[in-house]
Ligand binder design. Structure first.
Ligand code: NSS
Length: 431
């Protein structure tokens, strides 16, 4: 007798099969009993008739509770009324693992309780749907860059130079060499790789000791960072809109049932096609003032400003050329307005805010060195990075897309902590 997966059951109508999985629900009239089983690939209802099964199987059914693991054997029957189109006439049950007092019941639980039980909460339909959307997003990212001729370069997590800003670093002792920092970004390393390979990207976990508790911040998050030799800021934005539209289209095409499970309105996602509108930071500040924000030129956009501005558009929007003071040291100064740099953020619609930060990089040695010194960074730690401007400097650009923010937006989640299996936040290290 073949052990099969629930997703394959339609191919086995009329056969007797064994399924292994976990109990979702049970109910019994005394004569007929029902058991919904899930195995990670789907769920199916098993029906037992007291007259037709052994005493042992009937007793095994009676002992089953929510999330107990069990092997269920029976004949696959066509059943057009059930979700998977099939049902199982059960002939035998073999208990595998009991589940007394399972803590998560179908009733409502608070989010603190659910995150304490994240290891079990992952088993529910909604969480499984989020995991599959995330998986699709990550696969789409790899496929896009593969098709476009990018080379994946894995960058270090332990680093000797600060990648973004000194304020939110995780540091650890590193033998006789002083402090190592957990990578905030792989960018500086993919810049080196771009001079070797042209079009490259890195994709991995990044770390920021964010003291803010917002629905957009984690202390460990995944980021994908492409870097392209000879792309200027304009080409960089064109790459971003092509990339983001591809990811969204892939999820719409291949994860319909998951988006339905999440009750995601897909109409706003269908509109995500290139080109995306662009607005300069300076124009954005003026527009925000008209909309009632008190932002002044020179300050970074806050989460509320992003939401307010993004609401003006029906698809993601680029805000470009920010004041250099609020941005990282490596961004190329804007020759047309030296108060600003050649960068952009990409803001997602529906209140999700920034999903991408990108820029053209400063490629002039002395200007970059001056920026490093100005920001109080140690030029010695950046000697190798400055070398890239000494030996064949080149116009180049890239960006970083945050996976959890992107998944939260596409899946329609209220908070990014649900977009990763085991979130890390300032007050959460368990489970
Ligand atoms: O700081 S970024 O804006 N830019 C960089 O790290 C560049 N080094 C990327 C590059 O040009 N190669 O972060 C990029 C994105 C940002 O838009 C968010 O989507 C995400 O990374 N991000 C975060 N997600 C979750 N939690 C936190 N704390 C977080 N910080 C950034």
């Amino acid at each position: 007798m073949a052990a099969v997966q629930i997703s394959e059951l339609r191919k086995h109508v009329g056969e007797t099969v064994t399924l292994r999985g976990w109990v979702v629900t049970t109910r019994s009239s005394g004569k007929i009993a029902f058991l919904v089983l899930r195995d990670g690939t789907g769920s199916v209802q098993g029906v037992l008739s007291r007259k037709e099964v052994s005493e042992a199987t009937w007793a095994a059914f009676g002992a089953l509770t929510q999330e107990a693991s069990v092997a269920m054997t029976g004949t696959v029957r066509d059943d057009p009324r059930s979700p998977g189109g099939v049902e199982l006439s059960v002939t035998a049950l073999e208990p595998l693992g009991a589940s007394p007092d399972y803590p998560i019941s179908p009733k409502e639980h608070g989010t603190t309780f659910l995150f304490e039980h994240r290891h079990l909460w992952l088993r529910t339909g909604r969480q499984a749907a989020i995991a599959r959307v995330r998986h699709e997003v990550e696969q789409a990212i790899r496929d896009y860059f593969y098709q476009e001729g990018f080379t994946l370069v894995d960058t270090p997590i332990l680093t000797g130079a600060i990648g973004e800003e000194a304020g939110n670093l995780f540091a650890t002792d590193y033998f006789d060499l002083g402090k190592a920092y957990l990578a905030q970004t792989g960018q500086l390393y993919v810049e080196a790789a771009a001079a070797a390979l042209g079009k490259v990207y890195c994709f991995g976990p990044t770390f920021r000791a964010e003291k803010s508790k917002t629905r957009r911040h984690l202390t460990e998050f995944w980021m994908v960072e492409p870097e392209v030799a000879f792309n200027d800021s304009d080409a960089n934005m064109r790459l971003q809109e092509s990339f983001v539209s591809y990811i969204v289209a892939r999820v719409l095409e291949r994860r319909k049932s998951e988006l339905a499970e999440l009750e995601r309105d897909t109409a706003p996602l269908e509109r995500v096609t290139a080109p995306f509108p662009r607005i300069s930071y300076t124009d954005a500040v003026a527009r925000l003032n008209q909309l009632g924000s008190d932002i002044t030129w020179g300050r970074d956009l806050g989460g509320d400003d992003e939401t307010l501005l993004a609401r003006e558009y029906d698809r993601p929007v680029f805000v470009h050329d920010y004041p250099k003071e609020v941005k990282a040291f490596y961004m190329k100064r804007n020759p047309a307005d030296p108060r600003t740099v050649l960068n952009n953020d990409c803001l997602a619609p529906e209140g999700y805010g920034e999903i991408i930060g990108g820029s053209q990089r400063e490629d002039e040695h002395d200007t970059l060195l001056a920026r490093i010194v100005e920001q109080g960074l140690d030029p010695e730690a950046y000697r190798w990075y400055l070398d890239l401007r000494k030996y064949g400097t080149f116009v180049h650009s890239g960006f970083g897309l945050g996976i959890e923010r992107t998944v939260a937006w596409i899946a329609g989640l209220p908070h990014i902590r649900e977009a990763i299996a085991f979130p890390r936040q300032i007050h959460r290290l368990y489970p």
